[in-house]
Design a protein. Sequence first.
Length: 277
Amino acid sequence: MSRRDTFYFPHEYNAKDDPKCERLIFEMGMEGYGIFWSLLEVLRAQPDYTYPLENIPLVAYKYRTDSEKVRRVVFDFGLFNVVDDKIFFSNGLIRRMQPMDQRRHKQSEGGKEGAKKRWENGGKNSSPNGYPINLPNGSPYSNKSRVNKIRKEESKGDYKGDDTSADNSAEGMNAGGSAPAPHKYSESFLKFQKWITNNAPRVAKMKEPMTEEQSQKLKDKYPTEQICEVLQAMHNYEPLIRRNRSAYLTASNWLRRHDQTTPQKQTPHETRKTNFL
């Protein structure tokens, strides 16, 4: 990915001839058209290509225009999508960025795969950071299984040095020698997972689904209705899976943004429950 790609997005030469842009120019002149492209540039600079509506005054101040004019461009011409009166984004920008994002993702995955292969195939002569290890012939550490054992111990943080004695404890076994019992989820969490699958399936498909501990953290901090509202808004955000990895971190960010722009309700937190709790 070149440095140019980092700060670039495609701009069709005939964008001004789109009916929506024609109406924008007719009603607001070239100032409105300039605001439109400035907003696209602002969205392009965001990690998830969204921007909070509450920051419109900041954009207006920065670009020496009026907040109401910026809001008109966002709301009145069908050029942007607004979610729960909290954030806005442009499907057109997301569509333009897809090839670049896919190329960046492919390069990233290729780099990870290449590093993994170098580590696996050259492990007997390489360290985890990729630098070669010059080992004498016959060294106990030149044995591939021994190196794998060292890697595993290092990843756990309990590698103790050059002790070559076999590890008598079987990984994944408990003190009694039997396999650990499968983790049991609470009925509340199972209902929560089912609710996400039925009502926000795009969230359920994220690379890092929400754990029971993480879901409890959200429920301890936010009203259940608010969590449901944000999870459904995340589902409606088309590039969610492509632009975000962790369901918990994404939901936390959206909830915090939602909380900052929503007046506190008088209803006690404890009384706001849904059927999955």
